[in-house]
Design a protein around this ligand. Structure first.
Ligand code: ADP
Length: 339
């Protein structure tokens, strides 16, 4: 697998792999049959893959959208494997100049799957290169800038673009319109996360009870990446305290040491809710103000914390900003101020 790009460069650096990345790789499902949940996306893909394989044609361009850690990269790699195509990876922030994208596109081979993670972060002049590349498999370039300049069309191999985004709303309509297949990924149920944890535990050779796996699942914010991370943390506690065995007591102890509560919320979530409910007294708050008040990056609030707090019904987004809901006041055991 050829890996290009910022985030994935971690995987190329020798030796210095973070444990999270390594753990993620070993438990990442390789085939559609091992990909748990997302039934609708999976069933549709099965048909599209079979049809493309029958016709011996590359798949149409696919847009995968959903929160971080829900399985977009995993699914893209599975699509490449199931169609017997090479998988090339890059990301919006890694493509800094138009020439970077041109080189990536020119070095593709016929039928390759090109995965662009965080595709919403492509700058507009770079994104525009994709339009003709996706539609006609042509690069529209201008040679000899200045006097004597002329436009040229350079053919590139037929490829499948898989774009992943946490914010489909931030995608421009011309780019969105060029995806033939759009697949939304949603948060996982507790049962599905439990299944993922049991599967990962098997691969990592960790002994865990069903009850403990469920407990970790409940506190994983509907997200497989978090479920796998909590499993590894629980394994650390089990190795030290319980002969490597994760039972319900060990799981509970590990999760409370990590300050993750029964709703899956951590310190930052609680700080956000407290800021909205107490400091700002339930009034709508802009993203920048909220981020500054909890010392987090606005992007982190939007992409990591907010989607789950919204899903849990603890915050609501209005035109004027984010607000704590009645459920947030109940969660914090506080009385909601009269409006
Ligand atoms: P994203 O690209 O959406 O941020 P990833 O594809 O990197 O998410 O998924 C994060 C991790 O979660 C993967 O390494 C994989 O181990 C696990 N994972 C994701 N989706 C599934 C799934 N449907 N079944 C099992 N494990 C999954």
């Amino acid at each position: 697998m050829k890996i290009v790009g910022k985030r994935k460069n971690e995987l190329l650096s020798d030796g210095a792999l973070s444990e999270d990345v390594m753990g993620d790789e070993s438990v990442r499902p390789m085939y559609l049959k091992d990909y748990i949940g997302q039934d609708n996306a999976r069933e549709n893909l099965k048909v599209f893959i079979e049809a493309a394989n029958k016709r011996e044609e590359p798949l149409e361009h696919i847009l995968l959208y959903g929160s971080a850690g829900l399985g977009k990269t995993t699914l893209a790699a599975i699509i490449a494997r199931e169609t017997g195509r090479r998988f090339r990876v890059t990301s919006g922030p890694a493509i800094e100049r138009p020439i970077d994208l041109v080189i990536t596109l020119k070095t593709l081979s016929e039928g390759d799957v090109l995965f662009i993670d965080e595709i919403h972060r492509l700058r507009r002049p770079i994104e525009e290169i994709l339009y003709s590349a996706m539609e006609d498999f042509m690069l529209d370039r201008v040679i000899n800038k200045g006097i004597g300049s002329r436009p040229v069309r350079i053919p590139i191999p037929k490829f499948t673009l898989i774009g992943a985004t946490t914010r489909s709303g931030n995608l421009s309509s011309p780019l969105r319109a060029r995806f033939g297949i759009m697949l939304p990924l949603s948060f996982y149920s507790e049962e599905q996360l439990k299944e993922i944890i049991v599967r990962s535990a098997g691969i990592l050779r960790v002994r865990i009870t069903e009850e403990a796996a469920f407990e970790i699942a409940v506190r994983s914010r509907g997200t497989p990446r978090i479920a796998n991370r909590l499993l590894r943390r629980a394994r650390d506690f089990a190795d030290v305290e319980n002969d490597g065995f994760i039972d319900i007591q060990t799981a509970d102890y590990a999760l409370s040491c990590l300050e993750i509560d029964r709703c899956g919320l951590d310190m930052v979530d609680r700080n956000i809710l407290t800021a909205l409910a107490v400091n700002f007294k339930g009034r709508p708050v802009g993203l920048g103000t909220l981020a500054a008040s909890v010392s987090e990056e606005p992007e982190n609030i939007e992409e990591v914390y907010e989607p789950y707090l919204l899903k849990m019904g603890f915050i609501e987004k209005t035109n004027k900003g984010r607000m704590a809901t009645s459920a947030a006041y109940d969660y914090l055991s506080l009385k909601k101020p009269e409006t």
